[in-house]
Design a binder for this molecule. Structure first.
Ligand code: NAP
Length: 295
């Protein structure tokens, strides 16, 4: 099935990390693409921007993620709500009113392993209610999704611990490689190289609804770092600590979970698009990193 021509993409959160990747992919595909840094909580400016650019598709990669990390959101709750709840909903709503398809780069960090979804057991499905309230960032993201999912113009893609082919500071691998100590828990991860082109295909086909947007399977921190050492940086070493020890050096809790990707994989099969299992995906990612000279 071919995607329709004549699409105009507008990327929100234009200066962000994921936004930059989306722009590069779209430009590489020769698509018409614009980006903006207009604040999402400013509805009037947002409407003016939509009327100026006249996109067929908005890719919303804007969001308050906190600097240096999500702990910031614990102390800045109103600012976090203005971006992640009011702003995100505003953009989806304005797009709805103007008949524009809106893809939201959301998060799967709204779950925590529980009795029904233990480590190694079944993953969380899109229909499972969020059960992780240990971080204000995650709480805002979980709440807004509950409302946004009713918008018929909206595609919600839940990324987790995104990984790029370079050692950008936002890359999950860069983060854990720099920590003094890391926990060792299996998690679902999103290898951007594998998934971001799929987000554009889904947007072009005007898919809607919620999708867990990770590679299939779960991989532990130690498995990631072992592959990193073996393929990219042979001298690399690291130290582990427990979840209890971790909780003493962070303010907000961190989500650990495996997401069920059946819905995503079945949807992408319609477009003959395959997503590699996470261990294989990491191996390929690190091989690209090494051949690209990033070490
Ligand atoms: N990276 C991750 O680990 C991860 C994981 C799962 C999901 N996600 C989600 O994916 C999206 C993109 O993440 P990212 O890693 O690319 O984050 P990023 O590099 O921090 O980019 C987010 C961009 O959004 C902008 N922004 C924040 N609040 C805004 C608002 N109210 N209106 C307009 N722009 C606003 C930021 O601008 P300022 O800096 O000027 O505020 C920033 O340029 C976010 O929604 C994030 O929650 C990220």
């Amino acid at each position: 099935m071919d995607a329709p021509a004549g699409n105009r993409f507008l990327i929100w959160g234009g200066e962000g990390w994921v936004a930059g990747h989306l722009k590069t992919i779209l430009e590489g595909q020769g698509k018409e693409v614009f980006s903006t840094t207009i604040r999402m909580e400013n509805r009037e400016s947002m409407i003016a921007e939509l009327e100026r650019v006249k996109p067929t598709h908005v890719l919303n990669a804007a969001g308050c993620t906190g600097r240096p990390n999500v702990d910031w959101c614990e102390d800045n709750k109103e600012a976090t709500i203005r971006s992640n709840v009011i702003g995100t909903l505003n953009l989806t709503d304005c797009c709805f009113l103007k008949g524009i398809h809106c893809t939201v780069f959301a998060t799967g960090c709204i779950y925590l392993y529980d009795d029904a979804h233990p480590i190694g057991g079944p993953g969380f499905k899109e229909t499972d209610p969020a059960n992780f309230t240990g971080s204000f960032y995650s709480e805002t993201k979980g709440h807004v999704e509950e409302v946004m999912k009713y918008y018929r113009n909206c595609l919600i893609l839940r990324l987790r611990m995104p990984v790029s082919d370079d050692l950008h500071s936002r890359n999950f691998v860069t983060k854990i490689a720099k920590y003094e100590h890391v926990v060792d828990i299996p998690n679902s991860n999103t290898i951007l190289y594998d998934l971001l082109p799929a987000s554009i295909t889904m947007a072009e086909h005007k898919d809607t609804g919620v999708f867990n947007f990770t590679n299939p399977g779960a991989i532990s921190h130690n498995e990631v770092l072992t592959l990193f050492r073996d393929i990219v940086r042979p001298s690399f070493t690291w130290k582990n600590f427990s979840l209890e020890q971790q909780s003493k050096v962070i303010k907000a809790g961190r989500s650990n979970c495996c997401l069920d990707t059946t819905k995503l994989i079945n949807k992408l099969k319609e477009y003959n698009y395959e997503v590699p299992e996470i261990h294989e995906a990491y191996r390929k990612c690190f091989e690209r990193m090494k051949s690209g000279g990033t070490q």
